[in-house]
Design a protein around this ligand. Structure first.
Ligand code: EPZ
Length: 418
């Protein structure tokens, strides 16, 4: 079990390059199940979750080869299987979306229910309802969802909630259906647009990605194309907060400014100075951080994946901040650990009330999920003294490529201990 030791209190200064988007690379890799020929996907972050997806695709019968830098070559070489491996899919809850491409390709899919994780129960009812709308027969058996459809038929689908994974899964399934599908109240995240752009490059006919209504005209087959994954907007936001919380001055490069406007706006409201470049953001910490209120919302609202990081930053703000988490039902696991470091936070249902304190003090803390881990790193960078963060491989390595070397290059005293 890998741990991180951080000696805090050092301002971060310098330049950091953001990696490719984890939450775009994962569905794009899953969509290669729909293709014939070899796809070469670049700017893929080498993360535990991406490695897990590589292993899932290999178990399903695909050839997947990684080559430096950040390139994944994927092709189908022989028979594709329809049963997704139990221990791999349940390890990565948000990989359930693979049911769409497996079903569209094979006419049959057997995928384990994701089950709960630290931030919530991760139900899949919107996926099931959507696949049934496309003509699939669905059964549940021994922890697996079994979907059958010799040929999916295009249909109108309405999502009760703009679920990212359900939008991606149903969009992938609909590309090879007979006829047209319209997904109403679809998620609008940039990762949805990235997936649609990749599939359209492979011959799909998807329009409206990024809006609340996506139309997919079914085609008979898709041919692999090469593609470069967009930058990771959450990694970008995380490093911007790292500059703000440590009193530093950091140039965050390789970003898509249009994907982080809600994060930039909120940080500027908190007094952080941010100068946007074409693909960069120059972040300079204020003398003191202002308290702000935040409510997490589906894109383009403030992203839930940045909520833990802002909790850390606002723990040191002047005044009282209120953060409301409207996406997941249990995404405050980092609060207890921040309180161990001296933060003054109360949980009230789906909101937390943060009374800013003058400083945090380093302590041994536990991570519960990927973004909570990032929040504890940020708190450790700002805290006085030493913070020991456990379970790095289980969580932090899942979402932040080479995070320690990136932080050290910015002047952080952060080391890995076995
Ligand atoms: C994606 O998860 C991301 N993961 C998450 O990032 C992100 O937090 C989330 O979208 C919201 O933006 C990937 O893209 C791999 P949802 P996903 O379906 O698709 C409920 C990270 O840290 N729901 O939009 O699983 C669900 O329980 C991860 O990188 C249903 O009720 O999120 C949640 O409360 C964490 N029924 C809400 O919708 C369903 O059928 C949003 O979930 C599906 C979802």
């Amino acid at each position: 079990m890998r741990k991180i030791i951080i000696n805090g209190g050092r301002p971060l200064n310098g330049t950091v390059k953001v990696s490719g988007a984890k939450n775009s690379a994962l569905p794009i890799l899953a969509s290669t199940l729909l293709l014939s020929g070899k796809a070469s996907i670049t700017n893929v972050p080498l993360l535990n979750d991406v490695i897990t997806m590589m292993r899932v695709l290999r178990v399903l019968g695909l050839r997947v080869e990684y080559s430096e830098p950040n390139t994944m070559n994927v092709w189908i070489n022989g028979k594709v299987r329809h049963v997704a491996p139990y221990e791999l899919v349940t390890k990565m809850r948000a990989s359930f979306f693979i049911i769409g491409p497996i079903l569209a390709r094979m006419g049959l899919a057997k995928v384990p229910l994701p089950g709960g994780c630290a931030i919530g129960f991760r139900p899949v009812n919107y996926y099931i309802k959507g696949l049934e709308a496309l003509g699939a027969k669905i059964e549940m058996e021994h922890g697996f969802v079994i979907a059958k459809a010799s040929k999916l038929k295009g249909a109108p689908i309405y999502l009760d909630f703009p679920s990212v994974g359900a939008t991606e899964s149903l969009m992938m399934a609909a590309t090879l259906a007979d006829g047209d599908t319209v997904i109403e109240n679809s998620a609008k995240e940039p990762e949805i647009i990235d997936l649609a752009n990749f599939l359209n490059k492979c011959g799909a006919k998807i329009s409206g990605a990024g809006t609340q209504s996506i139309t997919i005209k079914g085609v008979s087959s898709l041919r692999a194309a090469d593609y470069r994954v967009i930058p990771d907007r959450i990694e970008a936001g995380t490093f911007m907060v790292a500059a703000a919380i440590t009193g530093g001055d950091v140039l965050v490069e390789n970003i898509s400014p249009e994907h982080i406007s809600s994060i930039v706006t909120k940080l500027q409201e908190a007094g952080v100075s941010i100068v946007m470049g074409k693909n960069s953001a120059r972040v300079t910490a204020p003398q003191g951080i202002n308290a702000v209120d935040i409510k997490t919302l589906p894109y383009p609202g403030f992203p839930t994946d940045m909520q833990p990081q802002l909790t850390s930053m606002l723990s040191l703000a002047k005044g009282t901040s209120v953060i409301t988490e409207s996406i997941f039902e249990n995404r405050f696991m980092h609060v207890q650990e921040l309180k161990r470091m001296g933060a003054d936070i109360q949980i009230e249902g789906h909101s937390i009330i943060i009374e800013g304190v003058p400083h945090l003090s380093g302590a041994p803390v536990r991570t519960s999920d990927l973004r909570a881990g990032a929040a504890l790193i940020l708190a450790g960078l700002a805290a006085e003294g030493e913070t020991l963060i456990d379970d790095m491989d289980r969580f932090i390595d899942r979402g932040y490529e080479k995070i320690l070397s990136k932080l050290e290059r910015l002047g952080a005293d952060a080391k890995e201990v076995k």
